[in-house]
Ligand binder design. Structure first.
Ligand code: HEM
Length: 405
């Protein structure tokens, strides 16, 4: 792990002892609330330097205002998204596509992939999403009055949808959950091992689909053309790996945080159960209050930003969990108001890289909540248990044991 002294160009008064990885509430914490723990940055300046704010121990500038984050995320001329987050775990340097490409290359691939996750395409996938949510909640309701939501509901739900999207059978579900978990939350041994396994899996799937095409995502990718040519093996891998990591943990964590909130707030729970039409706006408010992704950009040139001397190569963090609690953007940002109007939150990012899977993610969350609330009566956190939350690049919730006895 890198140890990062503060670079010479960073004025000492701009350094803060804050990190999405190590600040209080960020390490795995029983009954933790990492979102509330980051909200404290709004009492400070619009930008500061955090000496340890990535998984590999690098420092980043931290942008605390939603408006300034939008400036960074929209300006790909100055702030690049090429970091090889995944490949670097293997000591390699290929980009996840389209996330780690800058315009104009980014738009070539984004246009290629947009139709696969468009609202129209998601409507086609929706029947399978609902079928899966019903099957899981029926099984949970029939088998007792308690369950671990992450293990029994959210992961089997989201991984199944992902496997269908890729065109793979369900029996690999547990294996995939294990890989995703090791990759996102594993230590320095588990993480590269999981990265290697996922790359080998995607490479193998691509090679099978080249020989035996099917009606699925990977076949689309290996047959696709950009600028009059087929994709290279590295590009196919970059896309496959990104879709693998982008959609698994994020939706599962979102539903987990939502159900944890509802378990602790029985009135809101009943309010949604009695009128399920309220779930769509409520899911937006819960995405605002409990977003999970920290976006990072790399400065391509020197720039002075709100008084901070950002230098070429510096990392700049735009954390959705910070933007979504910005009091300049949201009235009483730390209050959860399920009917909040005009909820223009940043959970899915901003600018050219805005989440490609947001339409699918939104439907998964809403359908997951609808079917859960339709079958599971008034639920609460099981006595004697405590959900364990964690910070990091992607905030998560490790276990959530609910009880409705
Ligand atoms: C609640 C669930 C989700 C959240 C909170 C989320 C959040 C985000 C965010 C913040 C970004 C921007 C990253 C950046 O600019 O650095 C992003 C990008 C992306 N997301 Fe999602 N995501 C979710 C679900 C999904 C799903 C289900 C998929 C795919 C099936 C997906 C695929 C992608 C892809 C491919 C990108 C890169 C887009 C580009 O670079 O043009 N995401 N996501």
């Amino acid at each position: 792990m890198a140890t990062n002294p503060v670079p010479d160009h960073v004025p000492p008064e701009m350094v803060r002892n804050f990190s999405l990885f190590t600040s209080p509430g960020m390490l795995p914490t029983p009954n933790g609330d990492p979102h509330a723990a980051v909200a404290c940055v709004h009492a400070g300046p619009p930008i500061f330097y955090s000496p340890f704010n990535t998984r590999d121990g690098r420092g980043t500038w931290v942008i605390t205002r939603a408006r300034d984050q939008r400036r960074v995320l929209q300006d790909a001329e100055t702030f690049s998204s090429h970091r090889s987050i995944f490949a670097s775990a293997l000591g390699e340097n290929w980009p996840m596509i389209p996330l780690e490409l800058d315009p104009p290359a980014h738009s070539v691939f984004r246009s290629l992939l947009n139709p696969l996750l468009s609202p129209r395409r998601v409507r086609v996938l929706e029947a399978a999403v609902r079928e899966r949510a019903i099957a899981l909640t029926e099984r949970i309701a029939a088998s007792g009055t308690s369950c671990d939501v992450m293990k029994d509901f959210t992961f089997p739900f989201t991984v199944n949808i992902f496997l269908r999207f890729l065109g793979l059978p369900d029996h690999q579900l547990d294996t995939f959950v294990g890989w995703a978990n090791d990759l996102l939350h594993g230590d320095y041994v588990k993480r590269p091992a999981a990265a290697r396994t996922i790359v080998a899996f995607i490479d193998e799937l691509a090679s099978v689909r080249r020989k035996e095409p099917a009606d699925d995502f990977m076949t689309f990718v290996v047959q696709a053309q950009v600028e009059g040519r087929r994709l290279t093996d590295e590009e196919v891998r970059g896309i496959g790996v990104l879709v693998f990591v982008a959609g698994l943990d994020t939706v599962a964590a979102a539903i987990g945080f939502d159900l944890a909130y509802l378990a602790r707030n029985p009135k809101d729970q009943e309010w949604l159960r009695s009128e399920p039409d309220r779930i769509v706006p409520a899911a937006e408010e819960l995405l605002r209050a409990y977003p999970t992704v920290q976006m990072i950009r790399v400065a391509k040139k020197d720039i002075d930003f709100e008084g901070a001397p950002i230098r070429k190569g510096d990392y700049v963090s735009c954390a959705t969990m910070i933007a979504n609690r910005d009091p300049a953007e949201f009235e009483s940002p730390n209050t959860i108001w399920l009917a909040r109007p005009d909820n223009r939150h940043a959970a899915f990012g901003y600018g050219p890289h805005r989440c490609l899977g947001s339409h699918l993610a939104r439907r998964e969350i809403v359908i997951g909540l609808e079917e859960w609330l339709a079958r599971i009566p008034a639920f609460r956190i099981k006595e004697g248990t405590a959900p364990i939350t964690c910070g990091g690049h992607v905030f998560g919730i490790e276990n959530l044991i609910l009880d409705w006895s």
